[in-house]
Write a new protein. Structure first.
Lengths: 388, 352
């Protein structure tokens, strides 16, 4: 319909090559056809597959891939958005610190995550200092320019946790400290697989986290739960090819790990990154918002790093925030069931009423990767092919 | 009640100034609430496109012509950025709002300057030089002005305020789209917003990100000459980017808009930055672009006229209006279709 202009660099440029290889609609349609063919073999209930990564959901939404999935295939977004699973008390700690006058630096999408009474964006509107940074290095640089304390409210899975760890090992200034809300992904897959009503028949694992942990980390999981795992990348073709392989394994009843992202992921992973991670952090049990208590699911600073641990450096009193929490709303939020694949946003009585992108109750409505947020934007109607 | 103890929603947030839904809600709840009956002027200006239209500016009927009026406050950090500065931004922003109503010639401007005590005089002169240059490029004239100095700390650096007036023979609204009309953009998208993000210095991008800030009245003049009444809608896609502009146009016109992703003109640096930061270039501000709704039979002529202009070389037909999905903007990615959302609050990079 419209005239086409070259978007990327001229032919021969690396970015153009990448676009052609991983963003080829022709190949995408071929893979979608294969998905349909496989899904049609299932005569009873639809096949439910879960991905555990916000970046997968982002790519699925960004490229409109849901329109390519057959109706008998359900691709559910699991607890893979680190922002979404950051628990209320963790947000409260950051908000309380900010309200005590301590400058906070954090990732942009953490700003709107609701705590008991306030988000960091609310605290900022009332005068607290909250900086948005693109990475831990920017937070360290801010600390160097700051006279008093600067707290980095750190979130993300093992991928970003390694960066936080490296920044601490590199010797940050003494006024820098970390409030860690980092999470570790492998244990939560166990939780979801063990949920009594779970209908998940296979997992699409996050390629970037697996570059650190290696795909070998999933072997034990497969043995224990008899569910296949496919490690996939984030380009549209990566995701479609990963789903095809996962669906094949499900239909053939072959629980095993397949690495569909071999250009980045090895069996052993990045040993140096793992060493960096575990030198600074230790796994601890903790609540993931709306999901469950996840044993070893939280990453906290080790004893040796107490001097850089905001939890040990400051008296954080968030009780006042909890007292102000609006009663009832948070209790009615079904983010947990939704992230576990047990409920859809339409099952939640807050969805689209009290809980909206501009005033989210649950974390699934906060992040652009949250299931409720995506569902809200699509208005429950992900297929737009009917238009001329 | 102390400042600290106000309930949620009691204070204005940054998100409400970002050009999306949150800002429109603030405008409607505070400024338009109960104002509509009295918003219609009496006397000489009784025939007008006024506040209720929430267009790029107002248009007041004077005889057989329209006097178009717009007003704008300008704050930007940093004041000097790759591709321009606050002075150029102020003139271009005002001239472009007028042009987006169809008033492309002979703009007169008022110019208000609020300076913080301690601001370098040399910088003020630099800003003034680019104000002059932007006036020269656009044919605008400053006919009245005002200067204030505020004590240090009471504002950050420099705030400019402008009002613009110009005549139009025909007012082009943002609400004129009909099914079948083509959507054109005059060039690459998101250049200004990404240049500002990069210039704020918290992000190391080894990329040539330059603001597109420029007066586009000449470009609009050329488009109107080529398309005549076939140019049915115009919009200045500033804050909130193309997404916000098209949402407003689609909602007011009662049509859906279907965009073709492959046709969207994007600089490679903007494309790369947007992928890296997870910020949709459709959500990012432009300061030297125009969005046009054009009748299908005139689309080729308008496109050719835009491309013949130095500021319109990358112009493209990027979409079509449809009768379905009224008020929505859809994007065909080549893989499938998705909704183009309106930016929700201020733009922040994603973590994962």
């Amino acid at each position: 319909m419209a005239e086409r202009l070259p978007i990327a660099a001229p032919p021969g440029d690396a970015s153009d090559a990448a676009r052609l290889r991983f963003r080829d609609p022709q190949r995408a349609r071929a893979l979608a056809g294969r998905l349909r063919e496989l899904a049609d073999r299932r005569s009873h209930d639809p096949v439910s597959l879960m991905h555990v990564c916000g970046s997968h959901e982002q790519a699925i939404a960004r490229f409109g891939l849901r329109g390519l999935f057959p109706p008998s295939l359900r691709v559910i977004m699991g607890p893979g958005c680190p922002v979404c699973v950051t628990d209320v008390p963790e947000v409260d700690e950051a908000v309380a610190l900010a309200r005590q006058g301590i400058p906070i630096a954090t990732y942009g999408d953490m700003l709107r995550v609701p705590g008991s009474a306030q988000s960091l964006a609310d605290a900022r509107a009332e005068g607290a200092t909250v900086h948005v940074v693109y990475g831990v290095d920017a937070a360290v640089a801010l600390a160097r320019e700051t006279q008093g304390d600067l707290v980095f409210f750190a979130s993300g899975f093992e991928t970003t946790a390694v960066a936080t760890a490296a920044a601490l090992l590199a010797g940050p200034p003494a006024n820098f400290s970390v409030l860690s809300a980092h999470k570790y992904i492998p244990p939560v897959m166990e939780i979801v697989a063990e949920m009594p009503d779970t209908r998940i028949e296979g997992f699409l694992a996050a390629g970037h986290a697996a570059t650190i942990t290696g795909w070998g980390v999933f072997e034990r999981f497969v043995l224990r739960h008899r569910l296949p795992v496919v490690v996939a990348g984030f380009e549209p073709l990566d995701i479609l090819a990963g789903l095809v392989q996962l669906l094949e394994l499900v239909l053939e009843g072959r629980p095993r790990v397949v690495n569909a992202f071999p250009r980045c992921v090895t069996r052993e992973g990045n040993a140096r990154a793992q060493e960096t991670l575990w030198r600074v952090f230790r796994p601890m049990g903790g609540q993931w918002r709306g999901i469950a208590h996840v044993p070893s699911g939280n990453l906290r600073l080790r004893e040796e790093w107490a001097g850089f641990d905001a939890r040990r450096r400051f008296e954080i009193d968030a009780s006042e925030l909890r007292d102000r929490a609006p009663a009832g709303l948070a209790a009615a939020c079904r983010c947990g069931d939704i992230m576990a694949g047990l409920a859809s946003p339409a099952d939640c009585r807050l969805f689209g009423r009290e809980c909206l992108p501009a005033s989210p109750v649950g974390a699934c409505m906060v992040s652009s990767e949250g299931t409720c947020r995506i569902q809200h934007e699509y208005q429950g109607h992900p297929r737009w092919e009917a238009a001329p | 009640m102390s400042r600290r103890e106000r309930p949620r929603g009691a204070t204005v947030t940054l998100a409400q100034g970002a050009g999306g839904r949150a800002m429109r809600a603030l405008i409607e709840e505070v400024f338009l609430k109960g104002a509509l009956p009295s918003a219609r002027p009496h006397g000489a200006f009784s025939e007008c496109v006024g506040l209720e239209a929430q267009d790029d500016g107002a248009a007041l009927r004077l005889g057989d012509r329209w006097l178009v009026m717009t007003t704008d406050s300008h704050v930007v950090l940093p004041i000097f950025f790759p591709g321009g500065d606050i002075g150029r931004l102020a003139v271009a922003g005002t001239v472009n709002d007028l042009a987006a109503m169809g008033a492309t010639d002979g703009a007169v401007l008022s110019f208000g300057v609020v300076v913080e005590e301690g601001f370098a005089r040399e910088d003020l002169e630099r800003v003034q030089a680019s104000v002059r240059e932007a006036c020269r490029e656009s044919g605008a004239t400053i006919v009245t002005g005002d200067t204030k100095v505020m004590p240090r700390g009471e504002l950050s650096g420099l705030v400019l305020h402008t009002t613009g007036l110009a005549f139009a023979d025909r007012v082009v609204r943002d609400a004129g789209l009909r099914p079948g009309d083509r959507i054109l953009v005059s060039g690459t998208l998101g250049d200004h917003g990404f240049a500002i993000l990069a210039a704020r210095g918290r992000i190391e991008l080894d990329a040539d990100l330059r603001s597109d800030v420029a007066p586009v009245n000449g470009l609009v003049r050329a488009a109107l000459a080529a398309g005549g009444p076939g140019v049915v809608a115009l919009k200045d896609p500033t804050r909130g980017g193309l997404a916000s502009a098209l949402h407003e146009m689609a909602a007011k016109s009662g049509v859906g808009v279907l965009l073709d992703e492959a046709a969207l003109p994007l600089r490679p640096a903007v494309q790369a930055a947007s992928e890296l930061l997870g910020i949709d270039p459709l959500h990012v501000a432009n300061e030297g672009k125009i969005v046009l709704g054009v009748a299908p039979e005139k689309a080729a002529a308008v496109l050719a006229a835009l491309r013949a202009h130095p500021l319109g070389r990358d112009a493209a037909v990027v979409g079509t209006c449809v009768a379905e999905h009224a008020g929505r903007v859809l994007l065909d990615t080549g893989f499938g279709r998705r909704i183009v959302t309106e930016p929700e609050g201020d733009l922040v990079p994603r973590i994962c």
